[in-house]
Design a protein around this ligand. Structure first.
Ligand SMILES: Cc1ncc(COP(=O)(O)O)c(C=O)c1O
Length: 367
């Protein structure tokens, strides 16, 4: 068994993808051609957002959003300490200071009550992350942002297609940032990313920033970067996008099955079963007593699991300069010690899920 098996996901559509890639090769247009334009149109429609701008990665989507906001040295940006490093290192990359706020233990996402305690005169923006595919409390975060006049950059890298009430992840704040890293719910065949927004001026700015600061070729108005989504990745994504909803539904259905069969194990806390799209299960993450022993036991039985994330951001050596200490964010640190993500990819066989369930039960029965 693999933690994620992309071959299963691709097997029925690979010919279509190869055909689309061949089309790009035949066209000789590899940068900002028809496929990128088509993908930007397709995904904007799918997310119900006005503008979508393809960029080189999810990391660059966050970075360019921060640059576009003019965030710089001396500014503070509040975010979660329980995320992938790119959420916070992009803040440092523009010279600003990441300020962490602890998570809500119920959903692993930044806690709006904790954000409140971190707002200062220097705060310019909030970056909530929809971790593991589950939407953060955007109503409360947007209310805080409005009250304090802060920008909101949604890190929706793990949550494409998640939807709270009527709005999709990434379309609620000023900017929504997505990653198409191959293992994401919508994955390219390499690095790729996207910024979405409903504001025309913001969209124009990101377009200029991704292309060396030029609106017109060879006329550079501002300091820009080389961060374009390339045609071959867009050709892959244009095919795969059509399957996103069905893949997300499969993940939700796998999650429901796990929850149904694991919820009675008293040494575990499982994600509650959901009936809507507010969690599209990029990861199915449980809290487990004796987590490390369980991981070893499952490994012995050829069941791979992952720990996202073993070291919270405030305790990463690269952020030593921020002077955070152990116990600064007790909920995040507790989560780091307890979390374990199980295989959940579309195409995961029920017999594999049954085997995982059986072995987890066996582990706790014997202790
Ligand atoms: C929460 C989060 N933020 C940012 C990123 C960065 O995206 P990328 O790997 O495309 O640069 C990722 C994915 O790796 C992520 O999971």
């Amino acid at each position: 068994m693999e933690f994620i098996n992309l071959k299963i996901q691709d097997q029925n559509i690979q010919q279509k993808i190869l055909k689309n890639i061949q089309k790009v090769i035949n066209s000789g247009q590899f940068i900002l051609g028809q496929e990128v334009a088509q993908f930007e149109k397709n995904i904007a429609q799918c997310l119900n957002v006005k503008y979508a701008i393809g960029v080189a990665s999810g990391t660059d989507a966050l970075f360019l959003s921060l640059v576009a906001l003019g965030i710089k040295q001396g500014d503070e940006v509040i975010t979660t300490p329980f995320s992938f490093i790119a959420t916070a290192n992009t803040i440092s990359r523009v010279g600003a200071t990441p300020v962490f706020a602890d998570i809500n233990p119920a959903n692993f996402n930044i806690d709006p009550e904790q954000i409140k305690t971190k707002i200062t005169k220097k705060t310019k923006a909030i970056i909530p992350v929809h971790l593991f595919g589950q939407m953060a409390d955007m109503d409360a975060i947007m209310a805080l942002a409005k009250k304090h006049n802060l920008a909101v950059i949604e890190d929706a890298c793990q949550a494409i297609g998640a939807c709270s009430k009527t709005k999709k992840a990434g379309t609620i704040g000023s900017y929504g940032c997505f990653s198409f890293f191959p293992t994401k719910n919508l994955g390219a065949y390499g690095d790729a990313g996207l910024v979405v927004t409903n504001q025309k001026d913001i969209a124009e700015k990101i377009k200029v920033l991704r292309a060396h600061g030029a609106k017109k070729q060879y006329h550079h108005q501002i300091l820009g970067f080389n961060s374009r989504l390339d045609e071959i990745q867009a050709a892959v994504l244009n095919v795969k996008l059509k399957y996103l909803d069905q893949w997300n539904e499969q993940r939700i259905s796998h999650a429901r099955y796990f929850t149904e069969h694991l919820q009675d194990i008293k040494q575990l806390i499982v994600p509650p079963a959901i009936s809507d799209l507010s969690h599209i299960f990029h990861q199915y993450t449980i809290r487990a007593q004796k987590r490390n022993q369980l991981k070893k036991f499952l490994e012995k039985n050829k069941i791979p699991t992952m720990v996202y994330y073993p070291v919270p951001l405030h305790l990463q050596p690269m952020f030593k300069c921020l002077n955070y200490q152990r116990n600064d964010f007790p909920q995040t640190e507790k989560a780091s010690r307890e979390v374990s993500s199980l295989p959940i990819y579309p195409g995961l066989a029920q017999k594999d899920q049954d085997f995982i369930i059986k072995k987890i039960k066996e582990f706790y029965d014997s202790r």
